[in-house]
Design a protein around this ligand. Structure first.
Ligand SMILES: [Zn+2]
Length: 50
């Protein structure tokens, strides 16, 4: 069994789900990434969402 699953990464500005990333199920904290958002047209904080 794989320990990884897909997590949705949501722009904190426009709430667009722009990226998917694999995460380790054992890690309890929410993932945060700086990514380019196509809607905001700039780098934004993306956080994991359910
Ligand atoms: Zn955005």
């Amino acid at each position: 069994m794989s320990q990884e699953k897909l997590a949705k990464m949501e722009c904190q500005e426009c709430k667009r789900v722009g990226y998917f990333t694999t995460r380790n199920k054992k890690i309890k904290t929410r993932l945060e990434l700086k990514k380019h958002c196509k809607d905001c047209k700039k780098h934004q904080d993306f956080k994991e969402t359910k």
